[in-house]
Design a protein. Structure first.
Length: 143
């Protein structure tokens, strides 16, 4: 179910021997993401439930359930920016109707991220996934 971009991340993680290397790779993924314009860092795009500041801006192409999901995201913490990049790879390009069926927990477990994130970071990832699902569901309902 994972996108090719997410599979690329999974393949890279398979080659990285230890968590420190994987952690650095997640940070590098975050650094490679374009920054979210300050005009979009507003309460409407802020994700509640994250220890860090997190903003997600939906970018939906098309209308209804077949519309394609995409988003832009940003955070004030580098590791969280990296986690946003991983979520972007997981969800970007999927039809909005399929976003809710992606098991983000299982995909993060494939990367070993489930075992290496603090409880606060794990809660933040759950909050981001919840927001992504909400945004996609709203776009699917716009039919």
């Amino acid at each position: 179910m994972a996108t090719p971009a997410f599979e690329d991340i999974a393949e890279t993680f398979a080659f990285l021997d230890d968590w420190e290397d994987r952690y650095r790779h997640v940070i590098e993924l975050g650094k490679a993401m374009p920054a979210l314009d300050a005009a979009f860092r507003v309460p409407a795009t802020k994700v509640e439930g994250c220890a860090s500041q997190v903003w997600l801006l939906p970018r939906i192409e098309g209308r209804g359930p077949a519309a394609r999901f995409d988003f832009q995201g940003d955070s004030d913490a580098m590791i969280v920016r990296g986690l946003i990049a991983v979520l972007h790879a997981l969800y970007s390009g999927l039809p909005v109707a399929e976003v809710g069926s992606v098991d983000a927990n299982a995909e993060f477990a494939r990367l070993g991220l489930d075992r290496h994130l603090s409880a606060q970071r794990s809660n933040g990832v759950r909050a981001m996934v919840g927001r992504i699902r909400l945004l996609a569901a709203a776009a699917a309902a716009e039919g």
